[in-house]
Write a protein that binds this ligand. Structure first.
Ligand SMILES: [Zn+2]
Length: 323
């Protein structure tokens, strides 16, 4: 696997940018400084029912990366033309941060914890969105982690006082994901681009290690809420299938990240995928299943609130938002 800092961030542009961590994307060259110029969005929530379950999507804010991160295996002109034809910015990949909360009986299951305050200035708003929605973070019974990238796990602890943001929750994560990031020899064995990610993952996951269950595929969190293996974006990436009232909802995590590219061009390899070919195979398998079984989808990075379906189209798929 070739996985350099340059590949991860898309490379080839001019200006450096600094994230809140002090993680400097030098050489990645973002056309617009990431952190400083974007106003913070309002905290927000969106809810609907799935059978007897209540599904609540909470915003953690948003972030943006160079559009070059959307495809490392196609020419720049082809990528830009495709994005323009879809009405997207050909230079900037703007991503929402849509966090799913499932209320089912006595269980309140949160899928991922957001970015916390140290990744992007425009992220880390999950606590505000909980407050806005009138939901107590202490009421969360389970936190399922799809994977351990910063925007998904750096919200586990509050870095100001090192307290847990969801103090009463049990944690669940794929065993392969845990083993990858928590490897004590991570720094010597992995490319530099991942080092700050790993240090953040180790700080956050380490804080809840004793209450974290490392699970395999098809693990039931509570009846009707099942973790399924969707590897490729990261080695142990998992998604969450919610079944209630004869309906199915798949909380994707980062298995599908872009409303046009992930659906219509599933073979394009985003540089943010750590195992690009595995991720592409997972995407196609998921898209086929989602279209055939008419699954409702929630995508962490799809446009707010990220709720939609996949429809077969022209030998690939099309994202259809559901409001
Ligand atoms: Zn993500």
């Amino acid at each position: 696997m070739s996985f350099s800092r340059r590949a991860f961030l898309g490379g080839g542009l001019a200006a450096p940018a600094t994230l809140r961590t002090g993680l400097t994307l030098t050489g990645a060259g973002l056309a617009v400084p990431l952190a400083a110029t974007r106003a913070r969005a309002e905290p927000k929530s969106h809810s609907f029912r799935l059978g007897d379950s209540e599904i609540i999507v909470l915003s953690d804010g948003g972030l943006s990366l160079p559009a070059s991160t959307l495809a490392s295996n196609v020419p720049e002109a082809e990528r830009a033309a495709f994005l323009q034809a879809n009405g997207d910015d050909p230079n900037t990949r703007a991503s929402a941060l849509n966090i799913t909360l499932i209320r089912r009986g006595d269980a309140l299951v949160l899928v991922d914890t957001g970015a916390g305050m140290n990744f992007f200035e425009t992220a880390g708003q999950l606590a505000d969105s909980f407050e806005e929605a009138g939901i107590d973070r202490e009421a969360v019974t389970h936190v399922v982690l799809t994977h351990a990238h910063p925007d998904h796990v750096w919200g586990i602890i509050d870095d100001f006082d090192e307290t847990e943001r969801f103090p009463n929750a049990a944690y669940l994560i794929g065993a392969a994901e845990w083993d990858f990031w928590m490897d004590p020899d991570f720094i010597s064995g992995n490319p530099e681009v991942l080092h700050s990610f790993a240090l953040g993952a180790q700080r956050n996951l380490g804080a809840v290690a004793e209450k974290t269950e490392r699970v395999g595929a098809d693990h039931a969190v509570v009846p009707g809420v099942t973790m399924i293996a969707t590897p490729g974006h990261t080695p142990g990436h998992m998604s969450v299938l919610v079944e209630d009232g004869g309906q199915q909802l798949l909380v994707l995590g980062d298995a599908l990240t872009h409303p046009a590219v992930s659906f219509a061009r599933p073979d394009w390899q985003p540089s943010t995928d750590q195992l690009p070919e595995v991720a592409a195979a997972t995407r196609k398998q998921l898209l086929g299943r989602a279209a055939t079984d008419e699954l409702l989808l929630i995508g962490y990075h799809l446009p707010w609130p990220g709720v939609g379906r996949a429809e077969a189209k022209d030998g690939a798929w099309r994202y259809v938002p559901v409001s």
